[in-house]
Write a protein that binds this ligand. Structure first.
Ligand code: GTP
Length: 602
């Protein structure tokens, strides 16, 4: 099929606005699968966790043939699935780079939401043809007019440009195909130019190893060709080429300009497949497309097995996990309090939670996660640079640092107007700087703030949801860096540091946070059998202190009469008891629930 009859597009929508349902419906309507044999529901959304959490994590793509009734010509429609997940704006931007158009899908019962706005900007910046679509018009409480008004304001589109559909019942979906052909341009691929491929997604298949989704930007890809990666310089031979047909990929000998397909290049690990990489013929290497970079972990935390002897299991589970997710970074670590563990970097908080949940569900591996840290850059007094990925790193270099820099993010918040005041107060209490405050229609507010990433890494999401009774939505993207005045806030128990609880905090918030920490611990640890002094410390200075008084069991109450030997024996026993307990975590008994309470304050 020539490039003129190809359309590469994605669906931009907020979580639950019906992206998977619409993709299913389009697959069915294009005749790709016989509706009676539709045994796999929501094929584009297949991972178990994705189902449960209702989020799409890994992009998947499908190629459909559509026969244009007017001219009788067959078109190839490549529906490129973007991850609908706030932590993945870089991956979204790469999948958008493989598209020339986007369906902008908005749920008529919910209106425009943050993810739609943030992803619209990504699409807009790349000049994509936009087809606005209002979904769920079959529902009685759908507010089609209100939604159209919001779309008109947020995206500057004409109201009558938008299609009105029900992805569920199929109503209006047939009109989508002609709109796609008309409003989305074909790929500007050139058959005679040297071969260039954009790698826009990759995953690990248990049977076939690493598979890459590519778009042929120019030239023709053939089986057996030798390719070179612009990112790494590594060379690979094309082993298989497949068209992503629903249910059953179709093997092909070659892939022409403008086409999208799945290739196996014999890569050993997912780390070789860099999303955004440009591949070209080894005999005629081409430069990388602009904008490529390796995914950067934005949140680091220690993962320790809950089960004292669980390290090997955690480590094995994580290795298996790494085969599939190349964006996690992992190193061994050791904590005096929690023993052996892994220090991991994630793309964001939600990514971290998803990994934690999958470790538990797929590998039966329950972990305790230490306080998350964002990556800091340090300029040292001697002029050198270092990255600081944990509180421990910061403690080690604290005397030699000249200046620290922290990452910033631009947050998009969309909310019913009544919650605006509280959301602004929240952003300002988190050091936010407003960049936009506007209205979509009369009842919804769009807020954009630049905030330190560290300020949204803990509880920000939950606070937004609580403030707005669940009605506000949130998305964010990276936005540079700024100087950071932060310190490591540590805990000492009876004078001994508890390394697992040290975290990096803003200097102006260290004292109240220190106080919170010792108070929380005091509550959770109140049933101890000896005096315990809890201190929050910054370096050598104590910023808060609490004492837990001994709750001494009166073991002598039972001995009537003055049997000295018995008394001695009982006292010995109590001492032993103390020793055992005290050994449970390092040499101080900090119950698991106390650690958890401090690490994830409610
Ligand atoms: P993520 O994968 O989490 O981004 O969600 P999604 O956007 O793919 O949403 P999904 O297709 O899973 O739909 C969310 C819910 O809305 C499901 O329960 C669908 O059945 C329902 N839904 C989708 N489209 C329609 C529609 O047109 N009408 C009605 N009534 N329900 C719909």
């Amino acid at each position: 099929i020539p490039p003129e009859r190809i359309r590469n597009f994605c669906i931009i929508s907020h979580v639950d606005h019906g992206k998977s349902t619409l993709a299913d419906r389009m697959i069915e309507m294009s005749g790709a699968i016989d509706a009676g044999a539709r045994q796999v529901h929501q094929m584009l959304d297949s991972l178990e966790v994705e189902r449960q959490r209702g989020i799409t994590i890994k992009a998947q793509t499908v190629s459909l043939f559509y026969q244009d009734a007017a001219q009788g010509e067959t078109y190839l429609l490549n529906l490129i699935d973007t991850p609908g997940h706030v932590d993945f704006s870089y991956e979204v931007s790469r999948s958008i780079a493989a598209c020339q158009g986007a369906l902008l899908l908005v749920d008529a019962t919910k209106g425009v939401q943050a993810q739609t706005v943030a992803n619209f900007y990504l699409a807009f910046e790349q000049d994509l043809g936009i087809v606005p679509v209002v979904n769920k018009v079959d529902l009685g409480h759908a507010d089609i007019d209100g939604t159209l008004e919001q779309m008109a304001t947020a995206f500057d589109i004409e109201r009558d440009e938008a299609l009105r559909i029900s992805a569920k019942t199929g109503l209006g979906v047939d009109a989508l195909f002609p709109a796609i052909l008309k409003r989305i341009p074909p790929p500007a691929a050139c058959a005679s130019a040297p071969l260039r491929l954009l790698l826009f997604d990759a995953w690990y298949d248990d049977f076939r190893g690493v598979l890459c989704l590519v778009e042929v930007l120019d030239g023709k890809l053939e089986r057996g060709m030798e390719l070179v990666s612009a990112a790494t310089g590594s060379k690979y031979t094309v082993q298989t080429i497949e068209l992503m047909r629903p249910l059953m990929p179709a093997a092909l000998p070659s892939l022409g300009p403008g086409h999208v397909g799945c290739v196996s290049l014999g890569m050993k690990t997912i780390h070789e497949a860099n999303v955004g990489d440009t591949l070209s013929q080894a005999s005629n290497p081409q430069p990388a497309l602009p904008g490529f970079r390796k995914p950067q972990p934005m949140v680091f935390a220690g993962l320790f097995p809950l089960d004292e002897n669980g390290f090997q299991h955690l480590s094995d589970s994580m290795s298996r996990f790494l085969l599939k997710d190349g964006s996690i970074s992992v190193e061994n670590t050791h904590s005096g309090t929690l023993g052996r563990g892994l220090r991991c970097g994630f793309l964001g908080m939600l990514h971290m939670e998803v990994v934690q949940q999958r470790l538990l569900e797929e590998h039966d591996c329950d972990v305790i996660v230490t306080a998350p840290t964002v990556p800091l850059k340090a300029t040292m007094k001697d002029g050198s640079h270092r990255s600081i990925l944990s509180a421990e790193d910061l403690e080690q270099v604290s005397g030699e640092v000249k200046e620290l820099f922290e990452p910033l993010v631009k947050v998009t918040l969309l909310s019913p107007a009544v919650y605006t005041g509280d959301l602004i107060a929240l952003c300002e209490s988190r050091e936010g700087v407003q960049v936009e405050h506007s209205y979509l229609g009369s009842e919804r507010t769009l807020l954009r703030y630049v905030l330190p990433l560290a300020e949204i890494a803990t509880e920000f999401h939950d606070r937004v949801k609580t403030i707005s009774s669940g009605y506000a939505s949130l998305d964010y993207e990276e936005a540079g860096e700024q100087p950071a005045d932060v310190v490591p806030l540590g805990l000492k128990v009876n004078g001994k540091p508890v390394d697992a609880l040290t975290r990096i905090v803003r200097r102006n918030k260290a004292v109240p946070l220190g106080r919170d920490m010792v108070e929380t611990l005091q509550k959770e640890m109140s049933r101890q059998v000896y005096d315990i002094v809890l201190q929050a410390v910054i370096g050598s200075s104590v910023v808060a202190r609490e004492t837990i008084r001994a709750l001494r069991k009166n073991v002598l109450a039972k001995c009537y009469g003055g049997d000295v030997t018995r008394k001695k024996k009982l006292l010995e026993k109590q001492k032993e008891g103390k020793k055992r307990r005290a050994l449970s975590v390092g040499d101080v008994a900090i119950p698991q629930k106390a650690l958890t309470a401090v690490l994830s304050p409610a």
